[in-house]
Structure formats: structure tokens, C-alpha cells
Design a protein around this ligand. Sequence first.
Ligand code: ZN
Ligand code: ZN
Length: 391
Amino acid sequence: MRRPFALALLAASACTAMGANPTGRRLERMQASLRWRGDGFMDLLPRQDPGIIAATSRFIQGGSEYASPSTEIPIVARTRASFATPPKRGLRVTWLGHSTLLVEIDGKRILTDPVWGERASPVTWAGPKRFHAPPLPFEELPEIDAIVISHDHYDHLDYPTVLRLVDSDVPFFVPLGVGAHLEYWGVPPHRIHELDWWQEAELGTHRLVSVPSRHFSGRSLRDRDQTLWTGWAIVGPKHRAYFSGDTSFFPAMAQIGERYGPFDVTMIESGAYNQLWADVHVGPEQAVEAHRLLRGRVLIPVHWGTFDLALHGWTEPIERVLAAAKKHGVVVLTPRPGQSFEPGVDAPPKRWWPDVPWSTTDDEPVRASSRNRRIPAVRFGTPRPEFPSWP
Ligand code: ZN
Ligand code: ZN
């Protein structure tokens, strides 16, 4: 292939992976949201942004020498047959790496932030690369009832994976605006359900609820906060699960716990943190605090162990979660990528990662700003978010 032509093809494919901006009725609906501030979505609390220069210079200084594993991650290889028998008590969670989880709950299978791609990036030749192969090959995925997406960052909304899902009939539940990307990539509109915070979608006997999170969005330099970010409460007839997506800490997590908890399991992001961006990633200690506010029974820390997205050691998130959990008597489950867990049935998974040096919370604390800022209580029974519009 002639070089200019090959380069043009590469650029075109990167542009396609960046997705599309919402327009028309979709945009009107976004603009009607209480979260819309005129040129994009507004976060729950004022966001202290380090700015691209400070963040880049921090990255240039470098991070832990243990940022990625030096030995192979002992994944549990799975096939479709692994899921042929339903969970004994109705709930089984399988961590497929990073924020991809297969949640089997009261007879339904729900897949969160499906990422089978090799890199969390718009291009196939650069960007954070997986530490381990997907423990469940995509072709082996059992029948799925719904996919929930938390936001449009590359490590959560994976273009190559969405392309493989286009020909299925699985519905997507996404925050406002994210449907524009899906439609652009070929997912038919009738399979896309876009929700604002506190809105619920019915899935037969189950409810999928978009719950507030504190993060940001964007797939290029030009679309920051143009789509919403969200967490998900998955409410079945007998069990309840919470999936954080990416979020920082905010006191109103207690409102999610009051309204939709107690949760049999919480799946909370625990990696990719740094004090510089503590208003967009929760970090290990606050993940444990969040779990308590959410009224969770067991915590599965996710968003670690698959991609190197920050500066900390690759095992540091789980070490710090365990240290914080011990102080508060929180039960933490640490499955290997690919491992399933059935609460009340399985013994807690054993430690599987190596002992490598890590920084403690005293060395490198992570605390969100505005932690004590009061947010008025949610008025129950209203379909709209009741969080105030911050100036
Ligand atoms: Zn993100
Ligand atoms: Zn992420």
C-alpha cells in the first residue's frame, strides 16, 4: 500500500473510533437535563482541574517502576460453558478485567463497560495496552440481556467491542449523549436507551438505574463533557448490585445507598488515581468509604490490574483497598480476572498478585475536594435529579 494512502486510512479509522457528537433531538434532550450548563455537562461538585500542563509534567516526571506487572497475570480462562449453570442463590459476579463485569442477577445477565480491545486508545498501535488477554474470549460470551455503559472514555466504551456487538440484539443502557457514538458505529437506535441521573429503565423484572457519579467525559480534544457519565444501580427482584463506572468521592453517595441499597455487591473503581486528579478518580481509601455510604455488603474493587492509566504501582490499588477495608471491617473480594464469585456460596478468592513495593495513603493521599459540601437531599419519587445546578 502506498504510504500516504495507508496514513489516510489510519487517520480515518482513528476518527471513527473517536465517535460522533450528539445532534438533533438527542442534543435537545441533553440540553433539557439539569446537568447541562450551556456548552457541556456539569459535574456534581466543582471540579479542581490540574490542567493539561500540570498533569502532563507530572507524567513526564514518571511514576512507579512497578506500574505494570513483570510476570504473567494468572487469569482464569472461561468459556460459555462456565455460565451454563445458573448461580445457586441468584447472584454471581465475574470480573473480566478492568471495569468489564458479567453480573448474573436473578435470572438476567448484565455486562458492564465491555472492553475486549487490545488498547484503551483510538488507535491500535499506541496507548495503554492490556496486561492480560480477555479471560473470556468474545466468541464465548453467553447470551446477555443488557449492556450498561458508564461513560465514553476509551477504557469503558471500546469501539472494536461495540462493532462486534452491532449484530447482536442486546440493548445498551447508557448515559445521555453516549448513544451518538453507538449509532455512529452502527447500533440501531431502538437498542439504545439513554438515561439522565436518577432515571430508571425497566428490564423485565429488573430495574437499571442511572445514578450520579463525579467524573468527566470525552474521546478527543474537542468533546470534553459533551456526554454524561454515570454509575448504575442494578435492581433485581431479590438482589441489588452497584457499579460505579469512574467516579470521584462525593457525600451524596449516601443518597444512592438510601434509595437503592443495601447492595449485595458493590463494584467500585479503585485504580488510576492521583491527588492531582482526585476529583475524577476515587482512589482506594475513598472507594471503601463509598462502599460504606452505599450500604454495600461486599466490595469488588475494579479498574485495576488490566491497564496502566496512572502513575501508581499496579498492585497498589488493591493493597490500599485491603488496608483501608481492614480498618472498617469491610469485606473485600479479590477475584482474578476471569474468576466468578457467588456471595454466600463461594469462599473469598485468595490473594493472587505478587508482593511488590507500593505507596501507602500516608505517602500519597487521595482526597476529593468539596468532600464536605452539602448537597440537598434527593426528593424521593421524582423522576428528575434534584441536585442543584452549581454556578
Ligand atoms: Zn473515565
Ligand atoms: Zn476509566
